[in-house]
Design a protein around this ligand. Sequence first.
Ligand SMILES: Cc1cc2nc3c(=O)[nH]c(=O)nc-3n(C[C@H](O)[C@H](O)[C@H](O)COP(=O)(O)O)c2cc1C
Length: 186
Amino acid sequence: MKILALQGSPRRQSATHDVLQMVLNAARDAGAETELIDLCDMVYFSGCNQCEACQGHLNEPGCVLPDDMQQILRKALVADIIIWATPVMNFSPAWPLKMAMDRMSCMLKPTERGGECVSLLQGHKMAAVIITGREDGEGAHLVFEMSRHVAESAKAKWIGALIAKEAAEKAELLAQAKAFGRQLVA
Ligand SMILES: Cc1cc2nc3c(=O)[nH]c(=O)nc-3n(C[C@H](O)[C@H](O)[C@H](O)COP(=O)(O)O)c2cc1C
């Protein structure tokens, strides 16, 4: 089983990165092959400009933007599970992750005008790791719902999210992350 994890915090010293790494360690111990990509390390990376060129390529992503997202699209096609990992920022995913999510829309292909889409990610699975800074965790449920909808529209199976607090004790984060990592592989 291959897991591709896209980490969306815009900073390098990132709580999201650390928790995600713990999740992937547990998944790897349970037998998965894992890859973590910190989107903030991508040099050339832009958002979807809705040029719709991808819609003319039914059997491949077909995105024509010549940037680092191309390799992620190729990796996503062969991943069994895609993890969206992000801090909550203004009740939303952080901007690097939102950009990657938008770019992943090239996987959706039209059948007929206004008809249901075909998805190149059909049958894959998606999950999320969501980190909150606020004590009340306000906004995490919105990121959860947004990620779940992204999975649904990609016709991927939603397998849930780990929502954790940045300020939680390391031992507590580790326990949560281990449980979630094992759940991904089960
Ligand atoms: C611009 C901005 C907006 C934020 N908005 C929220 C928010 O709506 N809810 C929340 O719980 N935390 C919010 N936070 C706090 C971050 O989610 C928190 O610090 C997180 O742990 C950062 O993750 P990172 O270390 O991976 O970058 C915000 C932080 C910033 C900088």
